[in-house]
Structure formats: C-alpha cells, structure tokens
Design a protein around this ligand. Structure first.
Ligand code: ZN
Length: 247
C-alpha cells in the first residue's frame, strides 16, 4: 500500500493541485496531518478537495481556531486576521467538517499521524531535544507530524537521536529514505501551502512500508497566482510575501 502524506495546506489550492498532479498514480491511500485552512485564499476549495479524496485527516491549530473549537487569542495578529477572514468565508458544512475533525494521534494501518507532537497537538517539534520524548514514547515505529512546516525528521536507535536530512539533491524533486527495523521515526512531509525551510516549493511524502521506503518530495507551483488571489482578498501582506521565500 502506498500512502500520500500531506500536511499544512493552509488554504493554498494551487499548491495542493500541483501536489496531486505530481503524485498522480503513485498512491492508493491519503492521510492529512491538519491545518487545511488559515493564511491562504482558498479555504472552501481545499476542504472540498480533501473531503472528496477521502483523506484520513486530523485537526491542526488553524482548523481549531477557524472552526471556533479553540480561541484565537493565542494567535499573532497576522494569523488572527487570516483566521477571521477564513471564518467569514467558510461554508457552513465546511465549518462543521473542521469542527468534527479528530484530534491526533491517529493510527493509520500501523503508523501514527499527529499535527504537533504525540502528546501535544500544538507543540512545535523542530529540534532533536524536542523530539526525544516523542521518539521514546511513540505509539508506532513511524509517526508522521506537521505543524513546523519544516520537511525532514528525527530518528531514535537505542539512545541515539539523529536529525534526518531529506532535501532532494539539486535537479531532483524527491529523495527516498529506507525505514530500518529497530529504529523509531518522526517524519515531517513538509508543508504544501506555506513552507518555512527556505525552499518555497510545496512539500509532501509518499510512504510504502512493504519496500520500507519513504519519499520526500518538493515541487514547484504557480506562487504568483496565489499571491494575486491573496492581494485581491486583502489578506495580510507578510503572508503574501513569505510564499516567495519559503520562510
Ligand atoms: Zn500549519
């Protein structure tokens, strides 16, 4: 079984379309690690698409904020403005969909998906010292997580924690790693709609456990067209600009 792993789409339908086109024919089952909305201009389109694909989906912090499941007072002013903008435009059935999204961790055929970390859906796991507890107490050998918008991950073998480098080599769109027995993995497929690791290309992963392979992908999309829609929508300028830099 090949799984398409997507996360942090953030209402960017152009990036999601490009990912689905690029991954076409390469997967049978799809999972989504949350943050379907927030920041971007296409919240209804993205939710409609994820729903139509039948993705096993858990909620992210932006999904909770937009759905009114959680207060948006914790958000910075720019994220809050985008969440308010999204709330006003969401169709009622899509708001309801967000309200009923499951909280991670969720087991999918023997691997786990979480938004932030295994024990705190809102925690940012961006360094090995933050990953170690999750790795030691992981519910399954492989856990996929999002939230940081940083593609990559961490491994634990015995007491040894390592940072995984997953950037595709120059001129290539993907890099494959081998899942070794006896090692625990915390893997981030990257963000589709708002990457923050200095690479503006949309990130996703494809996993096939029979061959023990997880592929990390980065693909280009038409960033300018998303920025145009954001400008027309009156979304905050820093959110528009950062897409160009992947920061
Ligand atoms: Zn996010």
């Amino acid at each position: 079984m090949r799984y398409l792993i997507i996360s942090d789409i953030h209402a960017n339908m152009t990036a999601l379309d490009a990912v689905l086109a690029s991954a076409k024919g390469k997967w049978e089952k799809i999972v989504c690690l949350g943050d379907l909305v927030g920041y971007g201009p296409d919240p209804n389109e993205v939710i409609d698409c994820v729903r139509s694909l039948g993705a096993a989906t858990i909620r992210g912090n932006h999904d909770k904020a937009v759905a009114g499941v959680e207060d948006i007072d914790d958000f910075n002013p720019i994220a809050r403005a985008a969440a308010m903008w999204t709330r006003e435009r969401l169709r009622p059935e899509n708001r309801e969909f967000l309200q009923h999204l499951a909280k991670g961790p969720k087991d999918v055929d023997g691997f786990s998906i979480v938004h932030g970390s295994v024990y705190d859906e809102d925690e940012y796991v961006y360094a090995p010292e933050l990953a170690v507890e999750d790795l030691k107490n992981a519910l399954t050998p492989v856990t996929f997580f999002g939230h940081t918008h940083l593609q990559g991950g961490f491994t634990l073998r015995g007491e040894d924690v390592q940072v995984l480098r997953t950037a595709p080599p120059a001129g290539r769109e993907s890099l494959s790693i081998t899942v070794e027995p006896g090692t625990t993995y915390l893997l981030n497929p990257g963000s589709i709609g708002q990457p923050r690791d200095g690479n503006p290309r949309a990130g996703f992963a494809i996993a096939e456990f029979e061959s023990r392979a997880v592929e990390f992908w980065r693909i280009p999309y038409d960033i300018a067209s998303v920025q145009e829609r954001m400008t027309r929508a009156g979304l905050p300028e820093p959110l528009i600009l950062r897409l160009s830099f992947g920061r």
